[in-house]
Design a protein around this ligand. Structure first.
Ligand code: G3I
Length: 448
């Protein structure tokens, strides 16, 4: 403790010199056109989106990663029936509105998820008799679509209505059991009448390859198209793991649906695993979408492994510290992104690690190590969010630019922007705790 306290004034003196130098030599980082997932996908005429949870939008590293990388959002739970109409006729849009306005302010598309689904369904709905249930279903669709009219790119009108396994049958649900097979058609007709500009999708899982379940969905879509039932798109959730890997006929399956005259979208992509194997599977999925002209976009089911619905399987593109994973590099490469011109095909990338290097009663020192990926880099930037009311009293070997609230620093190099492939540098800071011992949230590293 004594040693650390004695070291601080010296560190402060040094850091103020470095900070002054940093102010003069600060690099202005500018992202190249294709160094985010969204911009690379846009270059291929596709969107690249993510599921978003409203309660994480206040976390700087989460919001920064979302804003920097993604061009579309799907509310993960906030538009579901239990969230929007838990009591009959009383609609709540607060959390979903938060996501939609965030997306709109950043120019992102919004996928609406989901209007009619057997899960996350309030018990009052399951208890209704047929005619009342029909009224409630159509009213629910109408209220949600009216509220978001003009703001939604595509709605998952009906979700997961078919059984798993070899039967190809409809899943038992209050809608299926009381309204019969016609409930899906009715939901789509109601949806079209409310917002004719939104694309209307059927969305399901385990339909990613050719199998009994996808055959049953295929037959339904074919029937709808032949009878003029309004359907515009089919969503393939694409939740994969070792027991359920990316099917070898994934692209062929997307293509056969597209050939029916609907768009196809990858709607909830996540692939459990890590390293090269996970990266390869992600690359396969992205390439399949790009190879199908009517595959209009891809959505991963979450920003970071930290908040995934199956977090222990680490299925997403950013790890729980918001560092880009090999899967991220594979997706960016498959989308034709350059990562800012690092060369070598995979582009310039970097990752970060954080350590608290000293800790005392009213302060701490932190160190962020920036490591170049498999290509050399000439610049980097790292967002670091400090917990209010903490204050940074010194910062060295990096140049911070602060957000309006003074809690999030985007740190860029001073003298240490150029790193050979695999090489590291670090920057550090001293923080006055002001009563909070929380660690800062260190966001994803962006290389140029
Ligand atoms: O918000 C409450 C919290 O207050 C409470 O303390 C906690 C205790 O369990 O629960 C929290 O709610 C959970 C919610 O996620 C938010 O985290 C629910 O219990 C939990 O059931 C819910 O899980 C969601 C799941 O759908 C429900 O079926 C997942 O987040 C969501 O990722 C998942 O998404 C589905 C798609 O909608 C459809 N396709 C499959 C996909 C994965 O299951």
């Amino acid at each position: 403790m004594l040693t650390l306290k004695r070291a601080r004034p010296a560190a402060r003196a040094l850091t103020s010199v470095l900070l002054a130098a940093a102010t003069v030599t600060a690099l202005s980082h500018s992202a190249s056109a294709a160094d985010s997932l969204a911009s690379a996908a846009a270059g291929k005429g596709r969107y690249f989106g993510t599921a978003v949870a409203a309660n994480h939008l206040g976390e700087a590293a989460y919001a920064n990663t979302l804003d920097q990388e993604f061009g579309a959002v799907t509310p993960e739970n906030e538009m579901k029936w239990d969230a929007t109409e838990s009591t009959r006729g009383a609609f709540t849009f607060t959390a979903a509105d938060q996501i939609v306005s965030h997306a709109q302010s950043k120019g992102m598309k919004v996928r609406g998820h989901t209007l009619v689904w057997h899960s996350q369904l309030p018990s009052w709905v399951s208890g209704l008799a047929a005619s009342d249930l029909r009224t409630a279903m159509n009213n629910h669709i109408t209220q949600l679509m009216q509220h978001y009219k003009g703001k939604i790119y595509a709605w998952d009108v009906v979700n997961e209505a078919f059984q798993d396994g070899s039967s190809g049958a409809r899943r038992s649900s209050p809608f299926q059991d009381k309204l019969g097979n016609g409930f899906i058609e009715e939901a789509f007709r109601t949806a079209r009448s409310v917002d004719p500009d939104a694309k209307l999708c059927y969305n399901d899982y385990n339909t990613d390859g050719v199998n009994a379940k996808s055959n049953a969905v295929y037959a339904m879509v074919k029937d709808f198209k032949s009878r003029g039932v309004p359907i515009d798109c089919v969503g393939f959730q694409s939740h994969f793991n070792s027991a359920s890997p990316v099917p070898s006929d994934y692209q062929a399956n997307l293509q056969r649906f597209a050939d029916l005259g609907v768009d196809v979208q990858i709607t909830e992509l996540d692939i459990e695993g890590s390293g090269a194997a996970q990266a390869t599977s992600y690359g396969t999925v992205v390439k399949a979408c790009l190879a199908v002209t009517r595959c209009t976009g891809m959505t991963v089911w979450g920003v970071t492994d930290k908040y995934s619905w199956r977090s222990s399987g680490t299925p997403l593109l950013f790890d729980s510290n918001y560092a880009k994973k090999p899967a991220y590099d594979a997706v960016l490469a498959a989308l034709g992104g350059t990562g800012g011109g690092g060369g070598g095909g995979t582009g310039a990338t970097c990752t970060v690690t954080f350590a608290r290097t000293a800790d005392w009663s009213d302060g701490y020192n932190g160190e962020v190590t920036v490591k170049a990926g498999s290509s050399p880099i000439t610049g980097w930037s790292v967002p670091v969010a400090f917990a209010s009311p903490q204050k940074v009293t010194a910062l060295w070997n990096g140049s911070p630019s602060w957000d309006a609230g003074g809690t999030v620093a985007t740190v860029r190099p001073t003298y240490n922007g150029s790193l050979a492939a695999g090489a590291s540098t670090s920057f550090g800071f001293t923080v006055a705790k002001n009563g909070s011992s929380a660690l800062p949230a260190v966001g994803a590293c962006t290389a140029s």
